[in-house]
Design a protein around this ligand. Sequence first.
Ligand SMILES: O=C(O)CCC(=O)C(=O)O
Length: 294
Amino acid sequence: MLHDCPVGANIVVDGATNLDYPPDLYRFDRVAGYVEDLEQVDHEAVEGFRERGYLAVRHAIDAQAVEAALAGLSDLAVRADSEQFPGLFLQYESWVGDRAAEIPRESRQDNIRKLMSFARHDARLKAVAADPGLGAVLRALIGKDEIVMFQDMALLKPPGGGREKPWHQDKAFFAIDVTSPVVGVWIALDEATPENGCMHVIPGSHLEGPQLHFNRRDFQICDTNVASDRDVMVPLPPGGCLFFDGLIHHGTPANRTPYRRRALQFHYCAADAPWGTDGQRLALFGSEGKGATC
Ligand SMILES: O=C(O)CCC(=O)C(=O)O
């Protein structure tokens, strides 16, 4: 395991933009295989997930659910206000700096990078998290009948440089016992393309155990420790989804297009999964991750 992460290889200098990261950190020449819809997820697909650490489904939720989710997100972005929506968390893009209060409500959506803990505030978004078809696949992947969603977030990656999410493992952010299965589901609401920052994964990397993460552009795997030569991208149409293991190495490059790339991401575990302490998480994934959110 790498115990150091040279800052020079991870661009964090003052004045760096969202587009400043090593140009060869992501590969754009290999695309994941897919199953067409949730009903096609059979024993073989579940076995493939165990082996590769991910399962891509081209059509998971229908166009009506996508429209409803987008309307829910737009409403929340406009109305977000911590008194009205306790627990709702907004993270703005770096270009906003300390000017968040000056952004007109209608333009917030194109300046927000992340909106967290929304499901309890909007029935349209909650309906996606509770979709029975997604639930059936999640139960099969987790291997338990009783599962819980423990984190919900929307990743908006705005047009014109919405920032990269550097390579990471999601379990680096959760104090769940590291041996308990965690499955994330990432649902495209706009078409997710190589140009606007679709998901990238390293197949099989979930079997390699926890990796040290470092606070560089984010709490991330050191750029020099990423197996970019094994990178597979997962472009998706709106309504398509990616199920992925909580230990798989994954990331998304910046949005270099003038179009939105909005996605929902939910994390699930068994209802009886044991949770550990933050200290145990930091001991496995790196002490620089105190207070980090996925
Ligand atoms: O949608 C994105 O840009 C990145 C999502 C992701 O991998 C995460 O937040 O853990």
